[in-house]
Write a protein that binds this ligand. Structure first.
Ligand code: HEC
Length: 693
């Protein structure tokens, strides 16, 4: 009876609604955005499955020779520009550069509509030393969302470019920063943070109401101090897998990049990061699984309650994590259609996980791996090489290294070919304990503080290499491969036009046949590519957009070295029969200049070297050649005078441009940095002279 009355009521409302024109228009609008014809790229991975797949096939493997440049837009020099994936909604492109500067652009013409700068440099604390610019944004309901390095989550009106709301997700100077994309989960938006490589940080994710920015729930990923009580049963359980006084070290487990909203099951999957510090012997002496580090956790979207978890690296101790793409698919395995998560984390194994219950279905290595022999399917646990945990003051040449066999460059999944397109790299790095591990402490300030020691000189890692792998997640085998120059290349996108699109470190934007891997198109963008491309449709035409900009902190010696100052950061958009060309690009290298009368004090230089490797290396690079993330200090003239170096470090004269101040350094320490840099310049020039001879 009640049901029937409700039905009649509903019916009446519907009739009323159709009479009221505005109402019915709204309804139509709502419906049109719900029908997915591939016109929009509304989320980081386009849809809630986060597959970086588009059903569009206007551009396809048959007509690809007609693909050309429609327009390009030069981006100003700013820290970390051009690494974020854009979004496209109803003919407008939205993207972020540098520290979350949001741009709205006419997707057909490249005309800038508005720009919103959250002025991160005005409010950020020492976290600027760790945060590297935002990698992705979100869209819903007429609003664009971004996290900021100082820990805000903000909503901007998509039409006007004005702030709608701003919610602080952390406390000032608590070590947390945001660089990952927010994810829309129904009527809420969820965001994590980073910081566990630097400070004693305890990871969490927080959900906010999309309309108002009001916080709805928060889920911590690792347990806090038991004496303060546990937030929930999941934390109580997790605490049993930790030893010592882990909470004093923060614990880590930050959700700094990937999540996915399971619209089918009303859940969100979060990917947790490494331990803080990396070295488990410090944060949890005696071992333990250290839940929920390095795990995928399923949470209820309405309450944030724990549903299940799968831990990919129990007792993580290498900076491995589960922060890489979490992509959702339905695949047939042994004749049964299963809802799965596809996941290729740093540790080099490709995981297929049942998303209804978190059980491992299969896991096989997609790159060179030496820390584990295999993953046991029954227990879901790796069969590790015990030496990989660098016990008793030993050192181990770990593969993959802490940068991972797969990084933040997106993989994509094409349901038509059934293949995952994965930017892979082989890498090695030495791991060992620090000296006097018992006395290890975090510094008072924001430095790379991971509890690891200096690698012994005799452990020389082989050169890293990279390729694009077309991976069959069912047979867990590579189907085809395209080799790349260098180990770090851009993220991928795939389409129903049988295409895989990927930018490379060399600046080449390449398109392959998705099924067979034949390269069928390429374009010289004149700059290294970190971001993944997107595709969308406006007025019947399909476009492909790629942001360029190279932001790595260490030059590998392979391919071009993109200079921070001279590289051309751009937005490039392609269309069938596009006929624009780029102006000629002359790559300019700044000279390395010595000051012969500068007397190097060896002691000071040694002290400076140590400080440099703790505080400057993350942006300026181990060899003082940054490869795009910051100026090459080998080529900088600012270190010719101590005064100018003091101004930059003490007064923060370059703060607005992304160079953090270091007011805690003494003049003597800064002198040390200067002597180390001048010495490195002299050594480099001597090398060049001897190679000419
Ligand atoms: C978070 C990244 C980051 C860290 C960490 C960092 N820098 Fe920088 N630095 C930058 C960026 C970006 C610039 C370029 C700013 C600009 O556009 O002028 C810069 C510029 C500089 C310059 C001026 C170079 C030139 O030729 O204009 C010097 C000198 C410098 N940094 C030294 C240091 C030292 C010394 C440290 C460690 C104590 C350090 N930086 C740590 C990002 C960083």
């Amino acid at each position: 009876m009640i049901l029937k009355m409700r039905f009649i009521k509903y019916y009446l409302i519907c009739i009323l609604a159709t009479i009221l024109l505005s109402c019915s228009e709204q309804k139509v609008l709502k419906q049109s955005s719900e029908i997915d014809d591939g016109s929009n790229w509304e989320r980081y991975g386009r849809t809630w499955q986060e597959n970086h797949f588009s059903p569009l096939s206007i551009i396809n493997d048959k007509n690809i020779d007609r693909l050309g440049l429609a327009w390009y837009y030069d981006l100003p020099v700013a820290t970390s520009s051009g690494v974020a994936a854009p979004l496209a909604v109803d003919g407008t492109l939205f993207f972020a550069t540098g520290h979350s500067v949001i741009h709205a652009m006419n997707a057909e013409t490249g005309e800038l509509i508005w720009k919103y700068d959250p002025e991160v440099y005005k409010v950020i604390g020492e976290e600027l030393r760790g945060a590297w610019g935002v990698r992705g944004i979100a869209y819903s309901d007429g609003k664009v969302f971004t996290g900021t390095a100082d820990g805000r989550l903000i909503a901007i009106d998509a039409g006007k470019g004005k702030l709608v709301w701003s919610s602080k997700t952390n406390k000032r100077n608590d070590g947390r920063y945001i660089t990952g994309p927010p994810y829309v989960i129904g009527d809420k938006i969820i965001i994590g943070h980073g910081g566990a490589d630097f400070r004693p940080v305890r990871g969490y994710v927080t959900a906010y109401k999309i309309d108002t920015g009001e916080m709805v729930w928060r889920f911590f990923t690792v347990p806090g101090n038991p004496q303060e009580g546990f937030e929930n049963e999941a934390m109580e359980k997790a605490a049993r897998t930790w030893n010592g006084e882990w909470w004093k070290y923060g614990g880590g487990g930050t959700v700094w990049h990937a999540m996915a909203y399971d619209r089918d099951l009303g859940r969100v999957y979060i990917g947790t990061g490494n331990g803080a510090p990396w070295n488990q012997k410090i944060r949890s002496p005696g071992g333990g699984d250290n839940l929920y580090l390095c795990s995928i956790i399923a949470l209820d979207i309405d309450t944030g309650e724990y549903i299940w978890h799968y831990q990919i690296n129990p007792g993580e101790t290498w900076d491995y994590n589960a922060a890489m793409d979490i992509e959702l698919a339905e695949v047939e395995i042994d004749g049964i259609l299963r809802k799965v998560i596809l996941h290729a984390p740093k540790n080099g194994f490709f995981y297929v996980i049942d998303r209804t219950n978190g059980k491992l279905i299969s896991a096989e290595p997609f790159a060179h791996v030496n820390w584990a022999e295999r993953i046991d399917i029954k227990t879901g646990r790796p069969i590790e090489d015990p030496q990989a945990r660098y016990p008793n003051n030993t050192a181990f040449l770990l593969s993959p290294d802490s940068t991972g066999a797969h990084g933040v460059a997106a993989m994509s999944y094409n349901p038509n070919t059934g293949l995952v397109y994965l930017p892979v790299r082989n890498s090695w790095g030495a791991v060992t304990d620090p000296q006097e591990i018992e006395d290890w402490k975090y510094s008072e300030h924001y430095y790379l503080d991971n509890g690891m020691g200096q690698a012994p000189a005799n452990l020389i890692p082989p050169a890293s290499s990279g390729w694009l792998s077309a991976w069959d997640p069912i047979s867990q085998k590579e189907v085809w491969r395209a080799n790349m120059v260098g180990a770090r290349n851009g993220g991928t996108m795939t389409t129903a036009g049988n295409l895989v699109v990927q930018g490379q470190a060399t600046g080449e934007l390449s398109i392959y046949e998705a099924d067979r891997g034949k390269k069928i198109w390429s374009f010289d963008t004149q700059n290294g590519i970190n971001a993944q491309p997107i595709t969308y449709k406006v007025n019947g035409k399909q476009y492909i957009t790629q942001l360029t900009g190279w932001q790595e902190f260490m030059y590998s010696g392979q391919g071009p070295q993109w200079n921070y100052r001279t590289q051309k950061r751009r937005v490039l958009t392609f269309v069938l029969d596009g006929d624009k060309t780029l102006p000629i690009f002359e790559s300019a290298t700044l000279p390395i200049t010595d000051i012969p009368k500068f007397k190097i004090d060896e002691n000071l230089a040694t002290q400076g070297q140590e400080l440099y490797h703790r505080s400057c290396v993350a942006c300026h690079g181990p060899n003082l050649l940054a490869d795009g993330a910051a100026p090459d200090l080998l080529r900088s003239r600012t270190t010719e005078s101590l005064d100018s170096l003091v101004k930059i470090l003490h007064q923060g004269t370059l703060l607005e441009r992304g160079m953090p101040p270091y007011p805690e350094l003494s003049i003597r320490e800064i002198e040390g940095l200067q002597h180390f840099i001048r010495k490195s310049i002299r050594t480099e020039l001597a090398k060049e002279v001897s190679s000419i001879k």
